[in-house]
Design a protein around this ligand. Structure first.
Ligand SMILES: [Zn+2]
Length: 391
């Protein structure tokens, strides 16, 4: 039998019982994450012509709904640590380009300047399978800002965990999140007039007006347009956000005739906030509203209790791993001796990352997840040799 067949057969027998090497889920319970990696294009509208723009897309697919996020920024050296981009730096081009704005729907303002327009320090998928998640970390001069976005299998929305940590004792006077959406349709750009609304569990405000938020009560923000309603054969359908009240000082929603802009003022000392995003494209306003009235409270409870750490960072025990590997190396006999150095290196790396992850280091937590994925092949090979050579 070819080695690849042996590995496959041994994997069927042995491979699915390890410490998080494979997150096996039934097809209906799977959520997947995908990263295109960075791609560079010459600036046209994004920045000065001739500058280079880095773009990267991450997709989260719950099996029920798929969202794509677009991270963009100009990497011309003249900008230093800044990464300008005309339409924004962090957008949601799918399910649709309207609703949460494709070019940039999400900003984090640290002392008034947008962290997502700074250098990306880390960006990667951290889970795919049992849950789908990726993270992005921005290097704002006053704070390191991290965002994790996650979909659970079968869900219709994206959970968000935002954290910030001041750099070198920089004073954090203000931390705010600014969200931009064009509910259902790009009205003004297409010379149409709609009637935008923002509805919360407490109130409903129509354009043109500013809604002052009461964090304890306004736990969801439902953005819709009564003209551009699928029930009337117009527009694409509405969108919404959840705002977990913990750490939120207040905020406002400017319900304009074109963009609707929400500003959430956060407690700088809270060091984190939790949000969720819904794109209800394909649904009538009535169906989206009915969904939120029935399910927003339960979705909020899930958002608040979710542990966003990747499974590997939560569950991996380097000592247990070491013991398990030692047994397999012994069983693999001569083949095990040959593989020992690379496993020693793997275990040393896992120990180092685990220690850093214990201090809440997101890069180290993600490193643990990546380490397990990257070492899956060598682990399966070891299991195969152990199965073949064991007395
Ligand atoms: Zn530029």
């Amino acid at each position: 039998m070819k080695l690849s067949s042996v590995i496959w057969a041994a994997g069927l027998v042995l491979g699915l019982t390890g410490v998080g090497w494979t997150q096996v889920a039934k097809p209906a319970e799977k959520a997947t994450a995908h990263d295109t990696g960075p791609a560079i294009n010459a600036a046209t509208w994004e920045c000065t012509p001739g500058h280079k723009i880095s773009k990267r897309r991450f997709t989260l697919d719950s099996g029920a709904r798929r969202y794509t996020f677009l991270s963009s920024g100009c990497i011309d050296p003249s900008h230093g640590e800044e990464r300008p981009c005309a339409e924004g730096n962090f957008g949601m081009p799918a399910p649709v380009s309207a609703n949460w704005y494709w070019g940039g729907f999400f900003q984090v303002l640290i002392n008034g300047t947008n962290a997502t327009a700074y250098r990306v320090q880390d960006a990667r998928v951290i889970e795919s399978g049992a849950r789908a998640a990726f993270q992005t970390i921005w290097a704002h001069p006053d704070a390191t800002v991290g965002l994790r976005l996650m979909m659970l299998p079968g869900s219709n929305h994206v959970l968000a965990d935002l954290v910030w940590k001041s750099t070198q004792d920089a004073a954090l006077e203000t931390v705010e999140v600014r969200l931009t959406c064009y509910p259902s349709f790009f009205t003004a750009a297409k010379n149409r007039v709609g009637e935008r609304h923002c509805q919360t569990p407490r109130t409903d405000v129509a354009q043109p007006k500013t809604l002052e938020l009461e964090p304890a009560h306004d736990t969801y923000l439902y953005y819709y347009d009564t003209v551009f309603d699928m029930a009337r054969g117009e527009g694409l359908g509405p969108c919404a956000a959840l705002v977990a009240p913990k750490g939120v000082l207040g905020g406002s929603v400017q319900v304009g005739g074109y963009a609707v802009t929400s500003l959430l003022k956060l407690k700088p000392e809270a060091a984190g906030a939790r949000l969720a995003f819904y794109d209800f494209s394909g649904l009538t306003n009535a169906d989206a509203e009915a969904y939120l009235k029935a399910h927003a409270a339960e979705d909020l409870a899930t958002l608040e209790r979710t542990d966003f750490r990747p499974a590997a960072a939560r569950d991996l025990d380097p000592e247990e791993l070491q013991a398990q590997v030692a047994t397999l190396l012994t069983e693999a006999a001569d083949d095990g001796d040959a593989m020992k150095p690379q496993f020693d290196e793997l275990i040393a790396k896992a120990q180092d990352l685990k220690a850093r992850a214990a201090d809440g280091d997101w890069v180290a937590e993600a490193g643990l997840a990546t380490l397990l994925v990257d070492s899956a092949d060598m682990m399966w090979k070891l299991r195969a040799f152990a199965a073949l050579n064991a007395p």
